[in-house]
Ligand binder design. Structure first.
Ligand SMILES: [Zn+2]
Length: 82
């Protein structure tokens, strides 16, 4: 599952701590299988499909620009611009 493949990161909320940028909220995207994974409270949620939670509320709260850029559904995104 997405191993060894570079994931794309969209940062939504970040904090700089001790000269390091920590992503508090964001999305990881795999251009190979078109899956997306949320980063919530600084933790990437990358469980396999059978353990995946419903992130409907997460999608709803996304900034419009990011939502439009990728067009998310529960598991996948349908647009990808590089
Ligand atoms: Zn993948």
């Amino acid at each position: 599952m997405c191993r060894g493949y570079p994931l794309r990161l969209e940062s939504i909320e970040a904090k700089v701590l001790h000269n390091r940028t920590n992503i508090i909220k964001g999305i990881l995207l795999c251009s190979k299988c078109k899956r997306w994974y949320p980063i919530i409270n600084g933790i990437p949620r990358m469980l396999p499909d059978e353990f995946r939670e419903d992130y409907g509320h997460f999608i709803k709260d996304l900034p419009k620009a990011i939502y439009k850029k990728y067009k998310f559904n529960r598991k996948f995104f349908t647009k990808f611009t590089s």
